[in-house]
Design a binder for this molecule. Structure first.
Ligand SMILES: NC(=O)c1ccc[n+]([C@@H]2O[C@H](COP(=O)([O-])OP(=O)(O)OC[C@H]3O[C@@H](n4cnc5c(N)ncnc54)[C@H](OP(=O)(O)O)[C@@H]3O)[C@@H](O)[C@H]2O)c1
Length: 306
């Protein structure tokens, strides 16, 4: 059986990838976690190069998917050393161990490697990150491509999917504010109507990753940089309107037409997905279909727990 190691399997994307692979029953999956170990995960701190080497040697996977990262832009801005350790050094260490054992490495990157001024962006467009998160992820891309020729970077935009807390995705993190703006005493909630995002459903990304793993298993490993994105442009204000509708909440939401973030964020980083599409890879679930599934699996109970 083809063996896949999913590094960071306790996160938003990692869980979706494991679910997709385990459902197939044709993959041998080894999943790692850090602060949130589960019954079927192996503990691994990706800042520990020796532990990575031992893990790869012991498990001898045919492929590794790196979903471990520090993905919160504000945290990366405040703690650049943590961003570097997780988003750059860990990628290099995992790719080096994978290279030694002849395994293919898929590393996940972000649309934030671009400055958002000239969309759409192709896989070979010039990156120009605006913030510490984007800079660290771009360095992580270089770390992968410099370390192994049997590797691939998959750039993704804003993700949402099955969650274990509202804060896990920048889409569902809007729900507590929407609910507060729907309560009798609540004030109207201002929502960003400036930045254009392409929310992308994690089960669709997991499907794409599975298709990429199949190419490798067939002896046609995809190398270099590829991108995958949903195709529905939305501001956070528009996302919030759709969430309020799905939750049947009569929330007072006001559009905020100028950015207010302290961490600079790009305006529109639409990622062209043509390289994967030309390989016959891809799936897009419409937002209107996907978001009710997410909300049904993690119902709003009027709490404000993040
Ligand atoms: N979320 C988005 O909107 C988005 C958009 C574009 C690209 N991406 C990229 O997609 C990838 C997955 O992101 P995500 O949203 O799934 O992130 P996430 O939900 O924050 O998950 C992060 C994962 O990293 C693990 N991790 C953190 N510190 C670790 C350490 N020291 N050692 C080992 N594992 C550690 C976490 O494990 P524990 O939880 O067990 O500690 C968790 O499994 C990242 O590369 C991210 O940059 C995300």
């Amino acid at each position: 059986m083809f063996k896949v190691a999913v590094i960071g399997a306790s996160g938003l994307l990692g869980r979706a990838v494991v679910d997709e692979l385990v459902r197939q029953q044709t993959w041998d999956v080894v999943a790692t976690a850090f602060s949130r170990p589960g019954p079927n995960t192996v503990a691994l701190d990706v800042r520990d190069t020796r532990a990575i080497g031992q893990f790869v040697e012991r498990e001898a996977p045919d492929a590794l998917v790196i979903a471990a990262a520090e993905r919160r832009p504000d945290v990366c801005e405040r703690h650049p050393e943590l961003a570097r350790a997780l988003n750059v050094d860990a990628v290099r260490a995992i790719a080096a161990a994978a290279h030694r054992s002849g395994a293919w490495t898929l590393s996940i990157s972000t649309d934030y490697v671009f400055d958002g001024t000239h969309p759409p962006y192709r896989h070979d467009s010039a990156p120009a990150p605006l913030n510490a998160y984007g800079r660290s992820k771009l360095e992580g891309e270089h770390a992968l491509t410099e370390t192994t020729d049997l590797g691939c970077v998959l750039r993704l935009p804003l993700l949402y999917g099955p969650i274990v807390s509202w804060a896990e995705s920048a889409v569902t993190s809007l729900v507590p504010a929407i609910a507060a703006a729907a309560s009798a005493q609540g004030e109207a909630a201002a929502m960003d109507a400036w930045a254009i995002r392409y929310p992308t459903f994690t089960p669709d990304v997991a499907y794409v990753i599975r298709q990429m793993l199949e190419r490798h298993a067939e002896g046609n490993a995809i190398r270099g940089i590829v991108q995958w994105s949903g195709d529905e442009p939305m501001t956070k204000y528009e996302i919030a309107l759709r969430l309020a509708h799905a939750l049947q909440l009569d929330a007072r939401l006001t559009p905020q037409h100028t950015p207010t973030d302290t961490t600079p964020r790009p305006h529109n980083c639409h990622l062209a997905s043509d390289r994967l599409e030309q390989l016959g890879i891809g799936r897009r679930t419409p937002f209107e279909t996907a978001i009710p599934q997410v909300l049904a699996a993690f119902p709003w109970r009027g709490d404000t727990a993040a």
